[in-house]
Design a binder for this molecule. Structure first.
Ligand code: 16G
Length: 250
């Protein structure tokens, strides 16, 4: 680990001009992403890190503060800094399940429970701005990190956007990218739920366990809706964070 961090720090210094704390922040981030520093593991002490990389305590603190703000590291009073165990998801960034897990050095997977093509329902037509009779692709996926179940997702995509259901192998957003489709923004709503018996079975949780229901409609720059997804995330696995700004006073 020490060796990894030192060489990653050197690599950062050699590849871009930035203040030292940013090099350290990136080096630590890479260590987390690559599983060198697994979830729950203590980070080396601030003094030790500073000594090892010839950095001041202030620089080390600034790097760690950035990782705390990103949700990758948690500080425990008196005990030190640890790699966060829950997956921290920004509520203001348009990322995918795959992005979120990879950023934590985890292995994102999709298990397809249903996959098909059909005529749009009235509710889907409203959500996707489609006319009655339009064809849509429907997916129901169990999302896992390795074998660990994390979420259930029902996704509807207009067939005019993705021609064939088999275009999604693992990640919807990777399938979009492969077709040159670039989501520009999304509207999302979230509420607390209790998993019903079937959902709980699939997620290997007791029935009634708490979850987060998140509905996302994703738009292209030109206003077309490319995705209507209802996600059911395990309540014990995720933290949602958002940076808030005060309204300027008139
Ligand atoms: C996230 C999105 C979901 C999107 C999926 C794509 C939330 C709450 N939901 O789970 O709307 O369809 O990512 O992920 O963030 P994928 O590219 O890994 O299939």
């Amino acid at each position: 680990m020490e060796h990894y961090l030192a060489s990653e720090f050197d690599r950062q210094q050699a590849t871009r001009r930035a203040p030292a704390y940013q090099h350290l922040r990136r080096a630590l981030q890479h260590a987390i992403e690559n599983g060198e520093l697994p979830a729950g593991q203590a980070l080396p002490g601030e003094r030790e890190l500073g000594k090892q990389l010839a950095l001041s305590r202030v620089t080390v603190r600034k790097a760690i503060a950035g990782l705390v703000a990103d949700g990758l590291v948690v500080q425990r009073q008196g005990a030190g800094n640890f790699v966060a165990e829950r997956i921290v998801k920004s509520f203001s960034r348009l990322t995918s399940f795959t992005d979120d897990l990879r950023a934590r050095g985890l292995d994102p997977r999709s298990h397809f429970l249903e996959r098909g093509v059909g005529e749009v329902t009235p509710e889907e037509a409203m959500a996707l701005n489609l006319s009655p009779g339009a064809q849509v692709l429907r997916y129901y996926r169990l999302r896992t990190a390795g074998e660990q179940a994390l979420a259930l997702e029902r996704t509807v995509v207009p067939q005019s956007v993705l021609a064939d259901p088999s275009l999604i192998e693992n990640s919807l957003y990777e399938a979009f990218a492969a077709q040159g489709i670039r989501p520009a923004r999304a509207l999302q709503r979230l509420r607390a739920i209790a998993f019903d018996a079937e959902q709980a079975r699939l997620l290997q949780l007791p029935e009634g366990s708490p979850g987060l229901f998140i509905e996302r409609r994703t738009f292209l720059e030109d206003g077309r809706v490319v995705e209507f997804t209802r996600s059911f995330y395990r309540g014990d696995a995720y933290d949602f964070v958002a940076e808030l700004h005060s309204e300027p006073t008139a």
